[in-house]
Write a protein that binds this ligand. Structure first.
Ligand SMILES: [Mn+2]
Length: 233
């Protein structure tokens, strides 16, 4: 078995032993990577929540998702697609440091870089963790592709807080990516930004950097207009 530095095997493995021959549960498809098999899609957990400004249980998310692997199937009726044709594996979790948050971020960037080096064609699906993990994750992704990277962010917050007042936190990942020249503002779209959840100086910063923003209200109004035109006219 090939050990990738800073990547631990999944902490939780959810099995589903009974099998209907015509149905596959995610637990029967998205199984732990054995360190050898070729793999197209990798589920990677980053169990970090201490970088959150407010109390957070986000570090429990990777395992909470793994719990659900036995409850859901690989088939989408909406898109008539069965994902089991893709080779996907649970790669495990990036190693966190217990107390050193900057070390956690360094581990994320280096650990993902190690993963991409070992498996250059892997398409990663990364499960945080609080939103601070986006900054080191995207830095590693950009290093791998050497090209321009864009972000579609679905969030009530802009996450462009200054880095001097206690960063890097879950409020700073977009700022960190812009200030480190990893991602250009014009390649970032934020959808769902809420009123009374952000400040005017950060709205001005986002606009000055060319970030495209759609508020939650704009999304709802647009959705209602679509529904109105479709169903009631
Ligand atoms: Mn966020």
């Amino acid at each position: 078995m090939n050990k990738i530095e800073l990547l631990n095997p999944p902490e939780l493995v959810r099995r589903f032993n009974w099998r209907d021959r015509y149905e596959t549960k995610v637990a029967q498809w998205l199984t732990p990577w054995d360190g050898e098999e070729s793999v197209e899609i990798g589920f990677i957990g980053i169990p970090l929540s201490k970088t959150s400004i407010s109390l957070s249980g986000a570090s429990m998310t990777p395992n909470a998702l793994r719990e659900l692997f036995s409850a859901v199937t690989t088939y989408s009726i909406d898109h008539d697609v069965d994902l089991q044709q893709l080779s996907a594996k649970d790669m495990g979790d990036i190693q966190m440091h217990v107390t050193d948050l900057l070390q956690c971020h360094a581990n994320i960037e280096q650990g993902l870089t190690n993963v991409y080096r070992a498996l250059p064609h892997l398409f990663p699906i990364i499960a945080g963790g609080d939103h601070s993990i986006t900054c080191p994750s995207v830095k590693a992704f950009k290093k791998r592709f050497q090209g321009k990277v864009g972000i579609v962010q679905i969030d009530s917050h802009m996450d462009v807080r200054n880095l001097e007042d206690g960063g890097p936190t879950n409020g700073t990942p977009i700022r960190g990516l812009i200030e480190s020249d990893t991602v250009e503002g014009k390649h970032i779209a934020q959808i769902g930004i809420h009123s009374f959840a952000n400040s005017k100086p950060y709205r001005d910063y986002a606009v000055s950097k060319g970030i495209t923003q759609f508020t939650a209200r704009q999304v709802v109004v647009k959705e209602l207009n679509l529904l109105w035109n479709k169903q009631w006219r």
